[in-house]
Ligand binder design. Structure first.
Ligand SMILES: *Cc1c(COP(=O)(O)O)cnc(C)c1O
Length: 220
């Protein structure tokens, strides 16, 4: 079995104490790995690729909460709109509008997080602070999306101070912006390598892959 059940229970215990939700990131891992963690009690799983998510959702228990955490293209929203639990990586108003449209078609309100660009790397996705404010304002006209909070990815770096400061910045945006539909409730930040810093900075949802499922073979 490639799933690290021991690591799962120790992380999960730690998170419960701190009221942090664990999203188990299962991208590029087989459905059988998800089943193994499901049997241990895990219900929130995160995926990065639309086709892979659709394929897994079709064969796995309907009680799983599916988190889409990758970069989402507008033309693919329709495939996950019927069932997705939370979309983390909403990085443009155009994407938010498309989610609203597909949610309406499915007679749903879809929970979303706006992704903010906090890392030094140009390659990472996300809005800057002015774009975030504009998207929040525009979202008032979009009744079928519910913006629950923010998501961000820190720099891939050994510099703990840099990473901690990026998380602190995102936390500050989280606490200072007005989320109009209801008080902001989710701050999704932290992964296998940096989650203690993220939690120290106020994260309440952490996305962990390799610590649970082992290293991934890189796609592309
Ligand atoms: C892959 C991925 C993760 C999990 O990364 P690990 O380092 O394996 O924990 C978390 N968040 C996002 C957005 C990812 O793409």
């Amino acid at each position: 079995m490639s799933v690290n059940v021991e690591a799962y229970h120790s992380i999960q215990q730690e998170f419960v104490k701190q009221s942090v939700t664990l999203v188990a990131v299962s991208k590029l891992k087989p459905a059988s790995d998800i089943e193994d963690l499901y049997k241990e009690g895990q219900r929130d799983f995160g995926e990065n690729y639309v086709q892979e998510l659709v394929d897994k959702q079709a064969v796995l228990p309907s009680t799983i909460n599916w988190h889409f955490i990758g970069h989402l293209q507008s033309n693919k929203v329709k495939y996950i709109a019927p069932f997705v639990h939370l979309i983390h990586g909403v990085d443009s108003l155009k994407l938010l509008q498309e989610i609203n449209k597909q949610a309406l078609k499915n007679n749903r309100v879809i929970d979303c997080l706006l992704q903010v660009h906090i890392a030094k790397e140009e390659t990472k996705f996300g809005m800057d602070a002015p774009e975030l404010s504009a998207a929040l304002e525009a979202s008032k006209q979009l009744p079928n999306v519910n913006i629950k909070g923010l998501m961000g990815m820190a720099s891939f770096s050994d510099n703990q101070e840099l990473v901690a400061n990026e998380f602190k910045y995102l936390h500050e945006l989280f606490t200072t912006h007005q989320f109009d539909k209801q008080p902001a409730s989710i701050l999704s930040m932290g992964m296998s390598a940096d989650y203690p810093l993220a939690i120290a900075a106020g994260s309440n949802m952490v996305r962990i892959g390799s610590l649970l499922f082992g290293a991934r073979v890189v796609k592309h």
